[in-house]
Design a protein around this ligand. Structure first.
Ligand SMILES: Nc1ncnc2c1ncn2[C@@H]1O[C@H](COP(=O)(O)OP(=O)(O)O)[C@@H](O)[C@H]1O
Ligand SMILES: [Mg+2]
Length: 321
Protein backbone atom coordinates (compact mmCIF):
# COMPACT_ATOMS: atom_id res chain seq x y z
CA UNK A 1 0.00 0.00 0.00
CA UNK A 2 1.48 3.30 -1.09
CA UNK A 3 0.88 6.75 0.34
CA UNK A 4 2.15 6.55 3.94
CA UNK A 5 0.87 9.88 5.21
CA UNK A 6 -0.58 10.88 8.53
CA UNK A 7 -3.89 9.14 7.94
CA UNK A 8 -4.42 6.70 5.11
CA UNK A 9 -7.76 5.08 4.46
CA UNK A 10 -7.56 2.27 1.93
CA UNK A 11 -10.64 0.76 0.27
CA UNK A 12 -12.81 1.06 3.36
CA UNK A 13 -16.19 -0.65 3.25
CA UNK A 14 -18.62 -0.37 6.18
CA UNK A 15 -21.98 -2.05 6.45
CA UNK A 16 -24.78 -3.54 8.48
CA UNK A 17 -24.43 -6.96 10.08
CA UNK A 18 -26.83 -8.31 7.41
CA UNK A 19 -24.45 -7.28 4.64
CA UNK A 20 -26.07 -3.99 3.60
CA UNK A 21 -23.45 -1.37 2.90
CA UNK A 22 -23.16 2.21 4.15
CA UNK A 23 -19.70 3.05 2.84
CA UNK A 24 -18.08 1.47 -0.15
CA UNK A 25 -14.45 1.49 -1.23
CA UNK A 26 -13.46 4.75 0.45
CA UNK A 27 -9.81 5.78 0.02
CA UNK A 28 -8.45 8.98 1.47
CA UNK A 29 -4.95 10.19 2.32
CA UNK A 30 -4.19 13.04 4.66
CA UNK A 31 -0.72 14.44 5.15
CA UNK A 32 0.67 16.39 8.10
CA UNK A 33 -0.99 19.77 8.44
CA UNK A 34 -3.35 19.21 5.54
CA UNK A 35 -6.99 20.29 5.58
CA UNK A 36 -9.28 17.83 3.82
CA UNK A 37 -13.02 18.49 3.63
CA UNK A 38 -15.58 15.77 2.97
CA UNK A 39 -18.77 17.17 1.47
CA UNK A 40 -22.04 15.47 0.69
CA UNK A 41 -25.71 15.55 1.54
CA UNK A 42 -27.25 14.23 4.72
CA UNK A 43 -27.18 10.45 4.89
CA UNK A 44 -24.32 9.95 2.41
CA UNK A 45 -22.12 8.42 5.11
CA UNK A 46 -19.93 11.28 6.36
CA UNK A 47 -20.36 10.60 10.08
CA UNK A 48 -20.01 6.87 9.47
CA UNK A 49 -16.65 7.56 7.83
CA UNK A 50 -15.35 9.55 10.82
CA UNK A 51 -16.64 6.96 13.28
CA UNK A 52 -15.00 4.16 11.31
CA UNK A 53 -11.67 6.03 11.29
CA UNK A 54 -11.94 6.36 15.07
CA UNK A 55 -12.74 2.64 15.31
CA UNK A 56 -16.17 3.43 16.73
CA UNK A 57 -18.51 2.14 14.04
CA UNK A 58 -21.34 1.51 16.52
CA UNK A 59 -23.71 -1.12 15.22
CA UNK A 60 -22.03 -1.05 11.84
CA UNK A 61 -19.10 -3.24 10.82
CA UNK A 62 -15.93 -2.45 8.98
CA UNK A 63 -15.95 -5.28 6.47
CA UNK A 64 -13.08 -4.36 4.18
CA UNK A 65 -10.16 -2.03 3.91
CA UNK A 66 -7.50 -0.56 6.15
CA UNK A 67 -7.11 2.60 8.18
CA UNK A 68 -3.53 3.54 8.87
CA UNK A 69 -2.43 6.21 11.32
CA UNK A 70 1.24 7.02 10.71
CA UNK A 71 1.42 3.65 9.01
CA UNK A 72 -0.10 1.73 11.93
CA UNK A 73 -3.14 -0.33 11.11
CA UNK A 74 -5.93 0.76 13.45
CA UNK A 75 -8.00 -2.32 12.70
CA UNK A 76 -5.37 -4.63 14.15
CA UNK A 77 -3.90 -2.36 16.82
CA UNK A 78 -4.75 -3.40 20.42
CA UNK A 79 -7.84 -1.57 21.74
CA UNK A 80 -5.84 0.13 24.44
CA UNK A 81 -3.51 1.65 21.84
CA UNK A 82 -6.42 2.84 19.76
CA UNK A 83 -7.97 4.44 22.84
CA UNK A 84 -4.73 6.26 23.54
CA UNK A 85 -4.53 7.47 19.97
CA UNK A 86 -7.95 9.05 20.34
CA UNK A 87 -6.96 12.28 22.01
CA UNK A 88 -3.21 12.19 21.57
CA UNK A 89 -3.20 11.35 17.86
CA UNK A 90 -6.71 12.11 16.69
CA UNK A 91 -9.01 14.70 18.30
CA UNK A 92 -12.74 14.70 17.65
CA UNK A 93 -15.21 17.57 17.37
CA UNK A 94 -18.93 16.94 16.98
CA UNK A 95 -21.75 18.89 15.41
CA UNK A 96 -23.64 19.46 18.63
CA UNK A 97 -21.62 21.89 20.74
CA UNK A 98 -21.19 20.22 24.08
CA UNK A 99 -21.63 16.65 22.84
CA UNK A 100 -18.12 15.82 24.00
CA UNK A 101 -18.50 17.57 27.35
CA UNK A 102 -19.71 16.36 30.71
CA UNK A 103 -22.69 18.60 31.58
CA UNK A 104 -22.17 18.35 35.33
CA UNK A 105 -18.46 19.16 35.49
CA UNK A 106 -16.85 22.55 35.25
CA UNK A 107 -14.89 23.22 32.06
CA UNK A 108 -11.60 23.63 33.95
CA UNK A 109 -11.99 20.21 35.59
CA UNK A 110 -12.63 18.63 32.20
CA UNK A 111 -9.39 20.08 30.82
CA UNK A 112 -7.47 18.95 33.87
CA UNK A 113 -8.78 15.39 33.70
CA UNK A 114 -8.16 15.10 29.98
CA UNK A 115 -4.57 16.27 30.35
CA UNK A 116 -3.81 14.36 33.54
CA UNK A 117 -5.02 11.08 32.09
CA UNK A 118 -2.28 11.35 29.49
CA UNK A 119 0.74 12.67 31.42
CA UNK A 120 1.53 13.99 34.89
CA UNK A 121 0.65 17.68 35.04
CA UNK A 122 -0.12 20.12 37.83
CA UNK A 123 -3.54 21.69 37.99
CA UNK A 124 -2.01 25.12 37.61
CA UNK A 125 -0.11 24.13 34.48
CA UNK A 126 -3.19 22.46 33.01
CA UNK A 127 -5.21 25.63 33.58
CA UNK A 128 -2.48 27.71 31.96
CA UNK A 129 -2.51 25.53 28.85
CA UNK A 130 -6.29 25.51 28.76
CA UNK A 131 -6.43 29.31 28.95
CA UNK A 132 -3.92 29.56 26.13
CA UNK A 133 -6.01 27.26 23.94
CA UNK A 134 -9.24 29.08 24.72
CA UNK A 135 -7.61 32.41 23.87
CA UNK A 136 -6.42 31.02 20.52
CA UNK A 137 -10.07 30.28 19.84
CA UNK A 138 -10.91 33.93 20.42
CA UNK A 139 -12.56 33.36 23.78
CA UNK A 140 -12.24 36.19 26.24
CA UNK A 141 -12.64 35.88 29.94
CA UNK A 142 -10.97 32.49 29.79
CA UNK A 143 -10.71 32.15 33.57
CA UNK A 144 -14.45 32.60 34.02
CA UNK A 145 -15.07 30.00 31.30
CA UNK A 146 -12.87 27.47 33.06
CA UNK A 147 -14.98 28.00 36.18
CA UNK A 148 -18.27 27.54 34.28
CA UNK A 149 -20.49 24.58 33.53
CA UNK A 150 -21.22 23.88 29.83
CA UNK A 151 -24.84 25.03 30.27
CA UNK A 152 -23.64 28.51 31.21
CA UNK A 153 -22.05 29.05 27.78
CA UNK A 154 -23.51 30.05 24.41
CA UNK A 155 -23.46 27.60 21.49
CA UNK A 156 -20.46 29.31 19.92
CA UNK A 157 -18.57 29.37 23.20
CA UNK A 158 -19.36 25.73 23.83
CA UNK A 159 -18.12 24.69 20.40
CA UNK A 160 -14.88 26.65 20.92
CA UNK A 161 -14.41 24.94 24.28
CA UNK A 162 -15.06 21.56 22.63
CA UNK A 163 -12.42 22.32 19.99
CA UNK A 164 -9.96 23.43 22.69
CA UNK A 165 -10.64 20.21 24.64
CA UNK A 166 -10.05 18.15 21.50
CA UNK A 167 -6.74 20.01 21.10
CA UNK A 168 -5.74 19.57 24.75
CA UNK A 169 -3.38 16.67 24.01
CA UNK A 170 -2.12 18.29 20.80
CA UNK A 171 -3.39 15.64 18.40
CA UNK A 172 -1.83 15.44 14.94
CA UNK A 173 -5.25 15.60 13.36
CA UNK A 174 -8.68 16.90 14.32
CA UNK A 175 -11.67 15.04 12.93
CA UNK A 176 -14.60 17.45 12.90
CA UNK A 177 -18.14 16.35 12.09
CA UNK A 178 -20.10 19.36 10.80
CA UNK A 179 -18.45 21.53 13.45
CA UNK A 180 -20.31 24.69 12.43
CA UNK A 181 -23.68 23.36 11.25
CA UNK A 182 -25.52 23.97 14.53
CA UNK A 183 -24.30 27.56 14.91
CA UNK A 184 -25.36 31.03 13.72
CA UNK A 185 -23.80 31.99 10.38
CA UNK A 186 -21.54 34.69 11.81
CA UNK A 187 -20.23 32.26 14.42
CA UNK A 188 -19.80 29.58 11.72
CA UNK A 189 -17.46 31.86 9.79
CA UNK A 190 -15.42 32.67 12.89
CA UNK A 191 -15.01 29.04 13.85
CA UNK A 192 -13.82 28.16 10.36
CA UNK A 193 -11.11 30.83 10.71
CA UNK A 194 -10.17 29.58 14.17
CA UNK A 195 -9.86 25.98 12.99
CA UNK A 196 -7.56 27.13 10.21
CA UNK A 197 -5.47 29.01 12.75
CA UNK A 198 -4.93 25.77 14.69
CA UNK A 199 -3.27 24.36 11.62
CA UNK A 200 -1.07 27.46 11.37
CA UNK A 201 -0.22 27.46 15.10
CA UNK A 202 0.25 23.75 15.75
CA UNK A 203 0.48 22.12 12.32
CA UNK A 204 -2.69 20.16 13.08
CA UNK A 205 -4.21 18.38 10.11
CA UNK A 206 -7.98 18.64 9.78
CA UNK A 207 -10.55 16.25 8.37
CA UNK A 208 -13.71 18.31 8.27
CA UNK A 209 -17.06 16.85 7.31
CA UNK A 210 -19.62 19.35 6.05
CA UNK A 211 -22.62 19.77 3.79
CA UNK A 212 -21.69 23.41 3.22
CA UNK A 213 -19.73 24.33 0.09
CA UNK A 214 -18.87 27.66 1.76
CA UNK A 215 -16.85 25.81 4.40
CA UNK A 216 -15.07 23.83 1.67
CA UNK A 217 -14.25 26.89 -0.39
CA UNK A 218 -12.85 28.74 2.61
CA UNK A 219 -10.75 26.09 4.28
CA UNK A 220 -10.08 22.97 2.24
CA UNK A 221 -6.72 22.10 0.73
CA UNK A 222 -8.34 19.01 -0.73
CA UNK A 223 -11.94 17.96 -1.03
CA UNK A 224 -13.64 14.59 -1.17
CA UNK A 225 -17.16 14.70 -2.58
CA UNK A 226 -19.33 11.87 -1.26
CA UNK A 227 -22.53 10.51 -2.67
CA UNK A 228 -24.37 7.40 -1.56
CA UNK A 229 -21.52 6.02 0.53
CA UNK A 230 -18.80 6.52 -2.06
CA UNK A 231 -16.29 9.23 -2.86
CA UNK A 232 -17.33 10.37 -6.33
CA UNK A 233 -14.71 13.06 -6.78
CA UNK A 234 -11.46 13.97 -5.07
CA UNK A 235 -8.76 16.54 -5.57
CA UNK A 236 -7.33 19.89 -4.65
CA UNK A 237 -10.10 22.32 -3.79
CA UNK A 238 -9.24 24.64 -6.65
CA UNK A 239 -9.35 21.84 -9.21
CA UNK A 240 -12.60 20.40 -7.92
CA UNK A 241 -14.37 23.73 -7.57
CA UNK A 242 -13.24 25.30 -10.83
CA UNK A 243 -13.48 22.15 -12.94
CA UNK A 244 -15.95 19.83 -11.23
CA UNK A 245 -15.76 16.55 -13.09
CA UNK A 246 -18.58 14.56 -11.54
CA UNK A 247 -22.21 15.46 -12.31
CA UNK A 248 -23.00 15.46 -8.60
CA UNK A 249 -20.18 17.90 -7.80
CA UNK A 250 -21.41 20.07 -10.62
CA UNK A 251 -24.92 19.96 -9.21
CA UNK A 252 -23.54 20.93 -5.78
CA UNK A 253 -21.77 23.92 -7.34
CA UNK A 254 -25.00 24.94 -9.10
CA UNK A 255 -26.82 24.74 -5.77
CA UNK A 256 -24.65 27.46 -4.19
CA UNK A 257 -26.56 30.74 -3.82
CA UNK A 258 -25.12 33.38 -6.22
CA UNK A 259 -24.14 36.92 -5.22
CA UNK A 260 -26.01 38.25 -8.29
CA UNK A 261 -29.27 36.84 -6.97
CA UNK A 262 -29.67 34.07 -9.60
CA UNK A 263 -31.60 31.40 -7.74
CA UNK A 264 -29.57 28.28 -7.03
CA UNK A 265 -30.52 25.17 -8.97
CA UNK A 266 -31.88 22.30 -6.96
CA UNK A 267 -30.56 18.81 -7.61
CA UNK A 268 -33.43 16.93 -9.25
CA UNK A 269 -34.70 13.71 -7.75
CA UNK A 270 -34.07 12.21 -4.35
CA UNK A 271 -31.63 9.67 -3.04
CA UNK A 272 -32.85 6.14 -3.05
CA UNK A 273 -31.64 3.23 -1.01
CA UNK A 274 -30.72 1.30 -4.14
CA UNK A 275 -27.48 3.08 -4.98
CA UNK A 276 -25.35 0.26 -3.72
CA UNK A 277 -26.83 -2.12 -6.22
CA UNK A 278 -26.16 0.28 -9.06
CA UNK A 279 -22.89 0.44 -10.94
CA UNK A 280 -22.93 4.19 -10.22
CA UNK A 281 -24.46 5.68 -7.05
CA UNK A 282 -25.70 8.83 -8.84
CA UNK A 283 -27.35 6.97 -11.71
CA UNK A 284 -30.98 7.77 -10.83
CA UNK A 285 -30.40 11.51 -10.62
CA UNK A 286 -27.75 12.04 -13.28
CA UNK A 287 -28.70 14.23 -16.22
CA UNK A 288 -25.75 12.81 -18.20
CA UNK A 289 -26.26 9.12 -17.62
CA UNK A 290 -25.94 7.06 -20.79
CA UNK A 291 -26.79 3.39 -21.34
CA UNK A 292 -23.31 2.15 -20.44
CA UNK A 293 -23.69 3.71 -16.97
CA UNK A 294 -26.33 1.05 -16.23
CA UNK A 295 -24.06 -1.83 -17.07
CA UNK A 296 -20.46 -0.80 -16.35
CA UNK A 297 -19.34 -0.21 -12.80
CA UNK A 298 -18.17 3.37 -12.29
CA UNK A 299 -14.41 3.35 -11.84
CA UNK A 300 -11.91 5.96 -10.77
CA UNK A 301 -10.96 8.12 -13.71
CA UNK A 302 -7.84 10.26 -13.25
CA UNK A 303 -8.18 13.86 -14.44
CA UNK A 304 -4.84 15.35 -13.64
CA UNK A 305 -2.51 15.24 -10.68
CA UNK A 306 -4.46 13.94 -7.71
CA UNK A 307 -7.83 14.97 -9.15
CA UNK A 308 -10.05 12.00 -10.02
CA UNK A 309 -13.69 11.20 -10.45
CA UNK A 310 -15.90 8.17 -10.37
CA UNK A 311 -17.80 8.66 -13.59
CA UNK A 312 -18.06 6.40 -16.57
CA UNK A 313 -19.58 9.10 -18.69
CA UNK A 314 -16.16 10.73 -18.88
CA UNK A 315 -17.94 13.90 -17.80
CA UNK A 316 -15.85 16.88 -18.80
CA UNK A 317 -18.30 19.69 -18.12
CA UNK A 318 -20.63 19.01 -21.02
CA UNK A 319 -23.17 16.32 -21.80
CA UNK A 320 -21.94 12.79 -22.29
CA UNK A 321 -21.63 11.74 -25.91
N1 LIG B 1 -25.34 3.11 13.84
C1 LIG B 1 -26.05 3.00 12.74
N2 LIG B 1 -26.96 2.01 12.61
C2 LIG B 1 -27.70 1.88 11.52
N3 LIG B 1 -27.61 2.68 10.45
C3 LIG B 1 -26.74 3.69 10.49
C4 LIG B 1 -25.93 3.92 11.63
N4 LIG B 1 -25.16 5.00 11.38
C5 LIG B 1 -25.49 5.44 10.15
N5 LIG B 1 -26.44 4.66 9.60
C6 LIG B 1 -27.00 4.82 8.24
O1 LIG B 1 -25.91 5.03 7.39
C7 LIG B 1 -26.18 6.01 6.41
C8 LIG B 1 -25.18 7.12 6.49
O2 LIG B 1 -25.39 7.84 7.69
P1 LIG B 1 -24.40 8.99 8.20
O3 LIG B 1 -23.02 8.48 8.19
O4 LIG B 1 -24.94 9.44 9.50
O5 LIG B 1 -24.57 10.11 7.09
P2 LIG B 1 -24.21 11.66 7.15
O6 LIG B 1 -23.33 11.89 8.34
O7 LIG B 1 -23.54 11.94 5.85
O8 LIG B 1 -25.50 12.40 7.27
C9 LIG B 1 -27.61 6.46 6.66
O9 LIG B 1 -28.43 5.75 5.76
C10 LIG B 1 -27.87 6.04 8.09
O10 LIG B 1 -29.23 5.76 8.27
MG1 LIG C 1 -23.54 13.18 9.92
Amino acid sequence: MEHIGLLDVHHLTVGYPDGGRVLQDISLHIHEGEIVCVIGESGCGKSTLLNAILQMPGRLHITEGEILFRGRNLRTLPREEVRRLRGTGMGMVFQEPGASMDPIRKIGAQFYETMRAHAPISRREAMGQAEDLLARLDLQDTRRILGSYPVELSGGQKQRVAIALAMALRPDILLADEPTSALDVTVQAQIVEELMRLRDDFGTALLVVTHNMGVVSRMADKVAVMYGGRIVEYGYRHDVMTAPAHPYTRALMDAIPRPDGTPPKAIPGVRTKKEFDYPCPFLDRCPYAHPACRTEKAEKIPIHGEHWTLCNAGFKGGAAS
